[in-house]
Ligand binder design. Structure first.
Ligand SMILES: [Zn+2]
Length: 263
């Protein structure tokens, strides 16, 4: 747990100058603890492998590890060396009106990494993302585009209301697909689970199989799910299997044959 790790760090800090650095790391840890279950579920690489103690938790070059995951200004994140496609992606996020922060690289071992992660807290039109989602930039653009072009207009058309908050259940998360050995797209920040859509008029639409007479909710969910296939390569939801009975899973898995899994 981050708290234990923090204590360990403090105990091992002998040099006063390091305490300032540690204090800022702690602020990062505390803010992480406030995030959704996705991030809590992820085993923290630096804590589980903390045998090396301070050396490991406070490396001389913080860019070499994904933890502590501080939000730094772009100038400290090596913006000069960011690949052109990542720079272009951020331009697209801004064009879409997305509020995001660049995070330090994530590398939790195995398939679990994002080279240039972003933390998305708001989408176009002031739609909140709760909790803020840690994603690859490409996934952030795909999701922001779907929200802007499909979800928001459909909600307006069917409910005469804008979308206030998208409640997500999992963004970046180091894990495998249930009952398989295959790394989930969540491990690369290329997936997002949508649990609930909250409208400005107070209505709450849970992503689940809707009753026979819930025409509007069913219409909205079916439509935005089908439209999702234009933005993502995988769209799963209620009716697919028990694992997806209570949320939409969207991802941008790269399939060589261009196949899309929309179920
Ligand atoms: Zn998922």
């Amino acid at each position: 747990m981050p708290v234990q790790a923090s204590r360990k760090v403090l105990l091992q800090a002998k040099h006063p100058a390091r305490i300032v650095l540690l204090a800022s790391a702690l602020i990062g840890l505390v803010s992480l603890a406030a995030c959704g279950r996705a991030e809590q579920a992820r085993p923290s690489a630096s804590v589980t492998k903390s045998g090396a103690g301070l050396q490991r938790l406070v490396p001389s070059n913080p860019m070499m590890v994904g933890y502590p995951r501080l939000s730094l200004p772009m100038s400290q994140l090596g913006a000069e060396t960011m690949p052109a496609d990542e720079v272009a992606c951020r331009r697209e996020l801004k064009r879409l009106g997305v509020t995001y922060q660049d995070l330090a690289p994530i590398n939790d071992g195995g398939a679990c990494s994002i080279d240039y992660p972003v933390k998305v807290s708001q989408l176009s039109g002031g739609i909140n993302m709760a909790p803020a989602a840690t994603l690859s930039c490409d996934m952030a653009v795909a999701f922001a585009s779907w929200t802007k072009n499909e979800l928001a207009p459909n909600a307006r058309r069917r409910y005469w209301s804008g979308v206030k908050t998208i409640h997500q259940g999992s963004s970046y998360s180091c894990r495998r697909i249930n009952r398989t050995n295959v790394a989930s797209e969540h491990s690369k920040g290329n997936a997002l689970d949508v649990m609930r859509i909250e409208l400005n008029n107070g209505r709450d639409i849970k992503v689940e199989k809707q009753g026979l007479f819930a025409f509007r909710a069913r219409g909205l969910l079916n439509t935005v799910r089908a439209d999702g296939c234009d933005y993502f390569t995988t769209v799963l939801g209620p009716g697919y299997n028990a694992d997806h009975a209570d949320h939409f899973h969207f991802d941008i898995k790269d399939r060589r044959n261009g196949y899309r899994a929309c179920r």
